[in-house]
Design a protein around this ligand. Structure first.
Ligand SMILES: NC(=O)c1ccc[n+]([C@@H]2O[C@H](COP(=O)([O-])OP(=O)(O)OC[C@H]3O[C@@H](n4cnc5c(N)ncnc54)[C@H](O)[C@@H]3O)[C@@H](O)[C@H]2O)c1
Ligand SMILES: [Zn+2]
Length: 383
């Protein structure tokens, strides 16, 4: 009997909307997204990051009121599930189990929706739960941080931390839709407002020189909380990320190359060794500084360009150094370096680190010279 070769092609398409005041009474974007044909009401279960609720005490009332006004299109099957935001949301299984139990109790089916509203951590966790219930219910993400709106909430994957490794567990599960409500960014603590901009630098440095120039020129408007600058930054970063996912030829990351993880091998490691006192965005900013110092030593970028990167990150109030860089591992080497092996293991196959060469373009290396990397570490320490 001859081997039967099974071939399945599944095209994915989802909109990433940008709006202001999603739950204000005149805004029907969510209803149009969930029930465009105005058929009988669809069922939805909502999960909300408690950081949004504490910073916007009226939001739950606004959500309730909005759903009351749209009962013909959507039935919210119970009050939103509020989960503690931040990295802890994806450490451990309790949130995922709670969502599963609620989904079962409320008879959520495969035509129902999970609407997840929150930062990247809550979206990663809720997206994972949604991917498991009935082998995948429709997910609508409402990202609420800078980082979630420009990166974590718009892509095709979810993740949970397990076994001492970031995102050890997770799946590829494109959402049905994403709606970025810029109003939500206004209540962010300054630290989260700033840290999400690291992903903008990341993608600009390897893919878009013009955007990098724009970031350099506008970086000081970020700590001043200029809303227009932030909206442009989020939009451009999201567009670059989406473009990469759509055109890289490897949306589900089966190969080893992972350009969008530039700066992340060190960033993820710093998050872990600092017990998450360094946030994802902050870790990425430091990782970018370290990898750019390495790229300069390897003559991939000029010293002037390296200085521009550092100046712009600093103008943005992003960190370029942390004392955790000096933490030594049991092998007598800086503990952060273990991030390289963890990164390789996560990707599988050979190590593949993306670096800028020159700024606005990327280059992959399959090994890093440890002596040069140590020199890069000293450069970052001296910043
Ligand atoms: N799946 C992906 O493709 C992907 C990509 C990049 C990052 N990530 C993940 O995203 C996570 C980081 O996400 P993050 O930077 O959004 O941080 P976060 O999710 O940890 O949120 C930061 C803080 O902001 C609070 N918050 C959220 N929205 C708020 C609002 N509107 N007002 C006030 N407070 C609010 C949260 O409660 C939390 O305390 C990491 O776990 C990272 O691994 C995932
Ligand atoms: Zn990231």
């Amino acid at each position: 009997m001859k081997t039967i070769v099974q071939k399945i092609k599944v095209p994915f398409e989802y909109p990433v909307h940008f709006t202001h005041g999603l739950f204000s009474s005149g805004n029907s974007l969510l209803a149009e997204t969930l029930n465009p044909d105005r058929k009988s009401a669809v069922k939805a279960l909502m999960i909300v990051d408690d950081g949004i609720v504490s910073a916007n005490p009226d939001i739950l009332h606004a959500i309730e009121h909005w759903f009351e006004q749209h009962t013909e299109q959507i039935t919210l099957i119970r009050a939103p599930i509020i989960v503690a935001g931040g990295e802890n949301a994806k450490n451990g299984w309790s949130n995922v189990l709670e969502i599963m139990r609620c989904a079962a109790l409320c008879h959520l089916d495969r035509h129902s929706y999970i609407i997840a509203m929150g930062g990247g951590a809550v979206l990663d966790m809720a997206g994972f739960a949604a991917a498991l219930i009935h082998r995948g219910v429709r997910l609508v993400r409402l990202p609420s941080t800078v980082l979630a709106q420009n990166d974590a909430g718009i892509g095709v994957k979810n993740g949970m931390n397990e076994g001492g490794a970031k995102n050890f567990i997770g799946s590829f599960a494109p959402p049905l839709a994403v709606i970025n409500d810029f109003e939500l960014l206004k209540s962010l603590p300054q630290r989260d407002w700033i840290s999400g901009t690291a992903e903008a630098f990341k993608v600009a440095l390897i893919a878009d020189l013009e955007f990098f120039e724009w970031l350099c020129a506008n970086a000081d408007r970020v700590p001043a909380r200029d809303q227009q600058t932030m909206e442009k930054l989020v939009y451009t970063t999201a567009k670059l990320h989406l473009n990469h996912i759509a055109t890289s030829g490897d949306p589900f990351e089966t190969g080893s190359a992972r350009p969008l993880d530039f700066g992340h091998w060190a960033g993820h490691r710093l998050e872990l060794i600092s017990n998450f006192s360094i946030s994802h965005g902050e870790g990425v900013a430091i990782g970018i500084a370290l990898d750019c110092a390495y790229a300069m030593l390897q003559k991939f970028i000029t010293a002037t360009d390296f200085e521009r990167v550092v100046r712009a990150l600093k103008k943005c109030n992003l960190p370029v150094y942390s004392e955790f860089l000096e933490r030594m591992g049991t092998d007598g080497e800086p503990s952060v370096f273990q991030g390289l092996e963890q990164f390789r293991e996560h990707l599988g196959g050979e190590l593949c680190v993306t670096l800028p060469r020159p700024i606005g373009d990327k280059f992959e290396v399959h090994q890093m010279n440890m002596r040069t990397l140590k020199e890069a570490l000293h450069i970052v320490q001296s910043l």
